[in-house]
Design a protein around this ligand. Structure first.
Ligand SMILES: NC(=O)c1ccc[n+]([C@@H]2O[C@H](COP(=O)([O-])OP(=O)(O)OC[C@H]3O[C@@H](n4cnc5c(N)ncnc54)[C@H](OP(=O)(O)O)[C@@H]3O)[C@@H](O)[C@H]2O)c1
Length: 232
């Protein structure tokens, strides 16, 4: 049985990924605070809480016992608005706990169980390889996640598993709309940054992840899925 294990499939891109894999016959296991409607198993977990995943260790491993192929997707994230000189350490710690430490803990539990042809896919961002003002903790976390993906590639060479990072551009999800609010000018400006002058739909990112899960040639790759961004 093919199994998708994903963080943050209650909403947005994660939900679209879960739906895509479920439609393709994969069993979906979701980890987030709210549940995912298409998941066979929902493990309710606040990933900002240190060691939160270890409470689910047995449920996580039991859910994978019959898997012949696993795709592990590190997707859950938040974007907070802080400049680097006004970034509270508590906020940075919480963002790193969710984006980096939780991904590391999940890797500790799941990677030893991955059969050959499995994959570990990290959801990055355009901001994994560049910065813009005012979202310092997000930029820091996404850059660190690139390093985790590259270390995954190097440390598991020869295991028959592959890893990559998919970096969405501006995607039509609750996270993006939480940042934009009802600022129509900001939305227009964001669309204008795209070479296609529109937002990406979550299903487009899900299709890219589904392809990456079947493509070991992408091992260690950072893949920008952003419609082409105009640089200012
Ligand atoms: N939307 C964009 O424009 C965009 C652009 C580039 C990259 N991305 C990346 O795409 C990924 C998905 O983003 P999205 O836009 O789909 O966001 P979203 O709709 O806000 O979904 C975020 C997901 O993360 C989960 N999550 C957040 N905090 C959590 C916590 N403390 N514990 C457990 N789960 C938590 C949420 O689940 P619960 O709230 O149920 O816990 C939710 O399922 C993220 O990695 C994001 O950085 C998005």
């Amino acid at each position: 049985m093919n199994v998708l294990m994903i963080t943050g499939a209650s909403s947005g891109i994660g939900l679209a990924i879960a739906q895509r894999f479920s439609n393709n016959g994969w069993r979906v296991i979701n980890i987030s605070r709210r549940s995912c409607p298409v998941a066979a198993v929902n493990l309710s977990c606040d990933l900002t809480q240190p060691d939160a995943l270890f409470a689910h260790h047995d449920a996580l491993t039991n859910a994978l016992t019959t898997a012949t192929k696993i795709c592990l997707v590190h997707n859950a994230a938040v974007m907070h608005l802080h400049r680097i000189d006004q970034l509270p350490s508590a906020d940075l710690r919480s963002v790193l706990e969710l984006n980096i430490i939780a991904a590391n803990q999940l890797n500790q539990i799941v990677i030893p169980l991955l059969p050959p042809t499995s994959s570990v896919i990290y959801i990055g961002s355009t901001l994994a390889e560049k910065a813009v003002p005012g979202v310092a903790s997000y930029v820091i976390a996404k850059h660190a996640l690139v390093g985790m993906m590259r270390a995954t590639c190097q440390d598991f060479a020869g295991r028959g598993i592959h890893t990559c990072m998919i970096c969405p551009g501006f995607t039509n999800t609750p996270q993006l709309h939480a940042v934009i609010g009802d600022n129509a000018d900001m939305l227009t400006g964001i669309k204008a940054l795209s070479a296609f002058e529109r937002l990406i739909e979550p299903e487009e990112i899900a299709a890219t992840v589904a392809f990456a899960a079947t493509a070991p040639v992408l091992n260690g790759a950072v893949i920008h899925a952003n419609l082409g961004q105009r640089e200012r």
